[in-house]
Design a protein around this ligand. Structure first.
Ligand code: GAR
Length: 209
């Protein structure tokens, strides 16, 4: 099984969905640790209560962004992580760090990329009047929310949606596709090659949830 470390900044509901999926011995990855840049992240307590190694690495403890990412990298190496999963990690990673984990780091974004990169995706989707919204799992590249797409799920936008109801609907889809995408990557069935995601035959349909 591939060794996976999860980076979080908050609630950790996607992290929890991955821990649940990895509890199945047939899942091709195991969660070996959770790192947060926020010492008070709810997800850290959840991870600890599930018996996982946790580490809090606040940005303010380091003199530069590079030093902070260096400490995260050292923690990942100490955990012997094969793959890095960003699950609501709300900080941009330095190009050097991203390069080191090239093809081995994935992120979930709460929108159908390339639409609505950045923050406040659900509010902006409602403002734009889109009828379909969703979430995307992608390989991480130095450009924010821009790496090759691995899996997506679409949800309808309803006429009486508020930011809260739409957020909840998308989050449910996130919890469904993140384990699916991690499975594809851990099994080597979805790989980043030449700036694209390449799927091994027969598995492409699994990436449309
Ligand atoms: C999720 O909706 C995730 O897609 C989003 O933050 C939330 C974290 O929730 N990530 C981003 O916006 C990344 N820029 P969680 O901590 O409960 O998984």
């Amino acid at each position: 099984r591939k060794r996976v470390a999860v980076l979080i900044s908050g609630r950790g509901s996607n992290m929890s969905a991955l821990i649940d999926a990895a509890a199945d011995p047939d899942f091709p990855a195991e969660i070996v640790g959770v790192i947060s840049d926020k010492p008070d992240a709810l997800g850290l307590g959840i991870a600890a209560s599930r018996g996982l190694a946790t580490k809090s690495l606040p940005r303010k403890d380091y003199s530069s962004k590079e030093a902070h990412d260096g400490a995260i990298d050292a923690a990942l190496v100490a955990m012997k992580a094969d793959l890095v999963v960003l699950a609501g990690y709300m900080r941009l990673l330095t190009a050097h760090f991203v390069e080191k984990w090239h093809g081995r780091m994935i992120n979930i974004h709460p929108a159908l990329l390339p639409s609505f990169k950045g923050l406040d995706t659900h509010r902006r989707a409602l403002e734009a009047g889109v009828r379909i919204h969703g979430c995307t799992v992608h390989f991480v590249t130095a450009e924010m929310d821009d790496g090759p797409i691995i899996a997506q799920a679409a949800v309808p936008v309803l006429s009486d949606d508020t930011e809260a109801t739409l957020t909840a609907r998308v989050l449910k889809a996130e919890h469904r596709i993140y384990p699916l995408a991690l499975r594809l990557v851990a099994e080597g069935k979805a790989k980043m090659e030449g700036g694209r995601t390449v799927y091994s035959a027969f598995h492409e349909n699994e990436a449309k949830a």
